[in-house]
Write a protein that binds this ligand. Sequence first.
Ligand code: ADP
Ligand code: MG
Length: 443
Amino acid sequence: MSEHRINIFLRLRPTKGQLCKYEALDENTKIVVEVPRENLAQEVINNQKEKHEFSFNHVFDRDTRQEDIFNKVAGPVMNAALDGFNGTVFAYGQTGSGKTFTLTGGPEKYEDRGIMPRALSMLYSQFKKRTDYTYQVHVSYLEIYNDTGYDLLDPALETQAKSLEDLPKVSLMEDEDGNIHLRNLSAHPASTEEDALNLLFLGETNRATSETPMNLASSRSHCIFTIFITATQVGSDVTRKSKVHLVDLAGSERVYKTRAQGDLLNESKYINLSLHFLEMCIVALQERKGNKKAFVPYRNSMMTSVLRDSLGGNCKTSMIATINPNKDHTDESLSTCRFAQRVACISNAVKVNEEVDPQRVIKRLKKEVADLREELALLRGGDEEETELSEETLKHLRAKVDEFMVDPSPESELSIGPHMGKLRYCIGYLKTIARSGGGGGKG
Ligand code: ADP
Ligand code: MG
């Protein structure tokens, strides 16, 4: 087990209109946002400014390319997954701030493809390089809307089911070890990069067609694309199993209620209830510090149950907070940054998920037994049994020994082949010769 702090990144999306005043400092590990007072409280308008400072592993400014995002945010998580560590990358931010752009990508240009397709491409190109292991991949794609799970890769979507609503709902099950399993969520094998990308695109299509402008599903739902990797070392019984969740969370926007005049505090509430529960988990994790048994309310929502390992468990996790730096969104941007600061306090305990595969052990032992049988048969001299040495053979052996005894050459050899029965017989015969004090005789 080793400690892993959750890495937090900030991405500013390009925007038209007036920017809020911000400055990235210390080689883009810090951002200072300047808020005019009138933004904070509506009653007094003055020129006082308030500065808010936030630290991140990296702050990506508006012009950052998708490739750089992938390399810094997701690349290390994917590399760790190849070595057997679980991983999670989740995007958090208000609707329109670029979560889906960051994870899935833009529809127009190839270079705009996001973390999900890039993660798959990276995996398969690494498989080709890492020839000491063989790899198997499965993927699943879950959408959670209103605390109900839908399988975006359910085969029925292509045949009978018309919409996600017609599908059996995905539900949570907990086994006796406390591990969470998802019923009715399909996992599809993907032996090539093309298979995996096709599954991803199929899920994206089902996600897009299932949403109507009325229910605003994309901003209210969470989407979790999961890649399961099984790696087996060539010539070993040990397999490593890891899973990577790539998570596009629901929009984090809140409803703001300004209190009575003179009160500077804005009371705010998440529109999405499960994000509220996510924040509760984060706060509990932040407070538990060292006390690993402290209660964390994961079970309050399906999303937090599914992401339990990603937060405070056995997982290398990175969060990408997305903000729209437009002046009109400063409140939301600040709350996104504050949320990220809390997440950064969480440390996970990570380990490689290695296990001995019993099927492989059985296969190997069977092969070993077969090899040993073969060797033994060879030592016995073909398929003759020790007890079955015929009188003819014995006579032949005695003649060989006699010949050997009378041969004066020091280089002479008694050659009878790799057969235990024959060897034993010859040694016994030599002993009788030695006792009788002679060389050869019976014939
Ligand atoms: P969210 O998923 O957070 O609601 P989207 O990813 O859908 O937001 O982004 C909203 C719009 O802004 C989309 O049209 C998207 O293509 C665009 N967009 C977001 N981030 C970027 C970016 N970094 N570069 C270019 N376009 C972006
Ligand atoms: Mg989105």
